[in-house]
Design a binder for this molecule. Sequence first.
Ligand SMILES: [Zn+2]
Length: 117
Amino acid sequence: MEIDERIDAIGKQPFRQKFHLYGREAATVQLRGREAIRRHAHDLIDKKLAPADPYKDGKQTPYRGHPVFVAQHATATCCRYCLQRNHGIPRGHELTAEEREYVVDVICRWIDRELAG
Ligand SMILES: [Zn+2]
């Protein structure tokens, strides 16, 4: 499934629909630029999502405070449970480089779509 199709499908879930980029988090993207946000996404995924057994898995992603956090909840890349259920990436292993790249692609694509819309 293509990234846009996946984002569309996940976006139909009532819980995910609530998340949009506006205010402080939208301003952060404009201020820092898309490349910086992509690097932040990589750093956050490496630390909080990629380990085989992430610290406080299911509760590691705040709802606000950074555009990547908002994007993670909107795209179901917030924890390993959501990643397994919505993206078919099983829990219990350290995310590969390809899987990390995929997650960051999904997050950044969602951010681009929000700012375009
Ligand atoms: Zn989650």
